[in-house]
Design a protein around this ligand. Structure first.
Ligand code: NAD
Length: 346
């Protein structure tokens, strides 16, 4: 089992292994003295992994209950959030009890925000079961729900007490969800270069634990330095300006990961044209996308994507913080006037 220590305001460990779900009870017991645990999960993950997790937690003495949500982003909303809070209050859950988030990023963000806000904060444990959640969303303490006006508009920074990532759970993920995680994984390969890039180029499935460990360690370093996203954490937004535009224009039919993949390629192309990213590095990125069969043709005009970026930023100012890539492991945040974005990307 691999262990990544995260030393944010409240330190915690990320445990990464194969087949560790059955040991989750004893792993949680080491960090949580809670009496009762509410497992928040969704209706796809529950039949797959709910039983093994509940059994393991009960074996070490926890009283366990479930709150099962419908799978999908639409559950990250005020009404489901409110229903869980009412369930906790009606059941007289106290600060001595805790929450277990078992599932992908939707469950993690929602359950994390419940934990952050119920009784002004109770402990929670993340058990991520998607590639995206294991390499990214379960670490860093960002929790949120969506409003009709947009995604992640209400939330809190609230660190988990423990993250347990069992890479074996990824074996049941549908291809679309692997692709979704891949967009973010390739982002880490671009940001970091080195070993993770080589492993992803060879096929990440053959070194899953190490790949998750490397991505999580990088995110750990970033969030430790910048817990509340005022500086270096913005690097994690590589590809996201264009990705948000594509997602909106497609009415969210593009997965986030696929949109990020397109977004990174758009930046790489722009930097290559400016002579800042070598032809060799640019071709290497294209080869990586081809290896996984990831599409990177944007399907929408640069003009329409820039329009979305302008609307998104209207309340702020006329500049954006764009993450640019000038090599593997050589990315930086650059302020750019919104008016210049279209010319840059064309
Ligand atoms: N907090 C953060 O830092 C952060 C970072 C990135 C993304 N996010 C959020 O994460 C969410 C997306 O997360 P996601 O991509 O994991 O989506 P998700 O949670 O919706 O999971 C995708 C689908 O896979 C299913 N699933 C999950 N685990 C499975 C398994 N092991 N086997 C079979 N099916 C499984 C789910 O039921 C769901 O249908 C978004 O809401 C996004 O805003 C948060």
């Amino acid at each position: 089992m691999k262990v990544v220590d995260v030393n944010t305001g409240r330190p915690y460990k990320v445990l990464i292994g194969s087949g560790i779900l059955g040991e989750v009870g004893s792993l949680v017991k080491e960090v949580l003295s809670a009496k009762r645990l509410l497992i928040i999960t969704d209706d796809i993950v529950n039949p797959l992994y709910g039983g093994i997790v509940a059994e393991s937690l009960a074996k070490v003495g926890y009283e366990v209950e479930f709150f099962v949500i419908e799978n999908g982003e639409q559950s990250k909303c005020l009404s489901v959030y409110g229903a869980i809070l009412n369930y906790l209050a009606d059941g007289n859950y106290t600060r001595k009890d805790g929450i277990v988030a078992l599932g992908g990023g939707v469950v993690g963000d929602l359950a994390g925000f419940v934990a952050a806000s119920y009784l002004r904060g109770i402990p929670f444990v993340q058990i991520p079961t998607t590639l995206l959640a294991q390499i990214d969303s379960s670490v860093g303490g960002k929790t949120a729900i969506d409003l009709e006006a947009g995604k992640n508009l209400v939330g809190a920074f609230w660190q988990p007490s423990l993250v347990v990532a069992d890479v074996n759970t990824l074996s049941t993920l549908p291809h679309k969800e692997i692709e979704n995680g891949l967009g973010e994984l390739i982002k880490y390969a671009c940001l970091m270069g080195g070993e993770i890039l080589t492993l992803v180029e060879r096929g990440f499935e053959s070194s899953l634990e190490r790949v998750v460990e490397l991505a999580v360690s990088y995110k750990r370093d970033i969030v430790t330095e910048d817990e509340r996203e005022s500086g270096v954490r913005r690097l994690l937004n590589l590809g996201h300006t264009v990705a948000h535009g594509i997602e909106k224009l497609s009415h969210y039919t593009y997965t986030h990961g696929k949109a990020v993949a397109c977004g990174i390629m758009a930046i790489a192309k722009a930097e290559n044209k400016l002579g800042n990213l070598s032809d060799a590095d640019y071709d290497r990125l294209k080869a990586l996308y081809d290896f996984y069969g990831l599409e990177y043709a944007i399907g929408y005009s640069i003009e329409s994507i820039c329009e979305v970026a302008k609307v998104d930023k209207k309340a702020e100012n006329t500049d954006i913080n764009l993450v640019i890539m000038q090599g593997y492991g050589d990315c930086k945040v650059q302020k750019m006037a919104l008016a210049d974005l279209e010319g840059y990307l064309l």
